[in-house]
Write a protein that binds this ligand. Structure first.
Ligand SMILES: Nc1ncnc2c1ncn2[C@@H]1O[C@H](COP(=O)(O)OP(=O)(O)O)[C@@H](O)[C@H]1O
Ligand SMILES: Nc1ccn([C@@H]2O[C@H](COP(=O)(O)OP(=O)(O)O)[C@@H](O)[C@H]2O)c(=O)n1
Length: 221
C-alpha cells in the first residue's frame, strides 16, 4: 500500500522544495499539485480563454492535456507536447492562477487527476504538496503536514528565488495570492490530525529532516 504524505501551506513556505527533498530522502515520488493549476492557467492564457468568468474556463477542461514528472529527480511539467516547466513560474501566471483555481469544476477536475497520479505510484510512497491536500485531495493520508513560516520569511525566501522581480512586487503578489487562495481553502490552520511544521527559524535541511523524521515515526518508511 502506497504511503501518502500530504503537505499544505502558503506560498513561499517551502512546500515544493522541502517536499521534493523529503521524497528523494525517503525514496518516494513527489507531486507538485500547484503546477497543474499553473499549467491550466498558462493554457487558458495561451488560448485566449477568458479567465474572468467560469464558463469558457470550464468548457476548456476536457481538452486540457497535462503531464508532470513525479520522480524528485525527473521533474517536468508538460501541456500537450509543450514543456512549460519554466513558463508556469512567470509572474503573469502567478497573477492569474488564483482566478481559475477558485472555480469548483476546475478543482474537481484536477483533484481527480491528482488522485489518479497518487493511485498510479509504484514507489513505496508519494509526497503530495499544495493547498488542500490534507483536507480535500488526501484527507486519509498517513502523514498530514501544514508547512508554514512567517509572512516576512516567506516573502524573503520567495524574492530570493525570483531574481526578475523586485522584493516589493514579489511581496505584494505573494500576500495577495495568499488572500485569494485562503477564500477557497484554509491552508493557514492545521485541520484535525494535521501536524504543523513552522520553518521560520529552521534552515532548509532542518525542515527536510523534520518532515522525513515525521514520516519515519508515523510509518515504517
Ligand atoms: N526552511 C527553509 N530555509 C531556507 N530556505 C528555504 C526553506 N524552505 C524553503 N526554502 C527556499 O525558499 C524558496 C521557496 O520555497 P518553495 O519550495 O518554492 O516554497 P512553496 O512551494 O511553498 O512556494 C526556495 O528557494 C527554497 O529553496
Ligand atoms: N492544491 C492546490 C495547489 C495550488 N493551488 C493554486 O495554485 C497556485 C499555485 O500553487 P503553487 O503551489 O505553485 O504556489 P507556490 O505556493 O509554490 O507559490 C496557488 O496560489 C493556488 O491558487 C490550489 O488552489 N490548490
Amino acid at each position: 500500500m502506497t504511503i501518502v504524505v500530504a503537505v499544505d501551506g502558503p506560498a513561499g513556505s517551502g512546500k515544493s522544495s522541502v517536499s521534493r527533498a523529503a521524497a528523494r530522502a525517503l525514496g518516494f515520488d513527489y507531486l507538485d499539485t500547484g503546477a497543474a493549476y499553473r499549467a491550466f492557467a498558462w493554457r487558458c492564457l495561451e488560448e485566449g480563454i477568458d479567465t474572468h468568468g467560469p464558463r469558457d474556463v470550464i468548457e476548456s477542461l476536457p481538452s486540457f492535456e497535462y503531464a508532470i514528472g513525479t520522480d524528485p529527480d525527473g521533474y517536468f511539467v508538460r501541456v500537450g507536447s509543450e514543456d512549460v516547466t519554466a513558463d508556469i513560474r512567470e509572474p503573469r501566471i502567478s497573477s492569474t492562477v488564483s482566478s481559475v483555481a477558485r472555480i469548483p469544476e476546475v478543482r474537481a477536475h484536477l483533484t481527480a487527476l491528482f488522485r489518479s497520479i497518487i493511485a498510479g505510484t509504484v514507489k513505496p510512497g508519494i509526497v503530495v504538496e499544495g493547498r488542500d491536500i490534507t483536507t480535500v485531495v488526501a484527507p486519509d493520508a498517513e502523514v498530514r503536514i501544514l508547512l508554514t513560516a512567517s509572512e516576512e520569511v516567506r516573502m524573503r525566501r520567495r524574492s530570493a528565488e525570483l531574481s526578475g522581480e523586485s522584493a516589493e512586487a514579489t511581496a505584494r503578489e505573494l500576500s495577495s495570492r495568499d488572500a485569494k487562495d485562503a477564500k477557497v481553502v484554509d491552508f493557514m490552520n492545521a485541520a484535525e490530525g494535521v501536524v504543523t511544521v513552522d520553518s521560520t527559524d529552521l534552515d532548509f535541511d532542518s525542515t527536510v529532516h523534520a518532515v522525513v523524521t515525521l514520516v519515519r515515526e508515523r510509518t515504517q518508511a
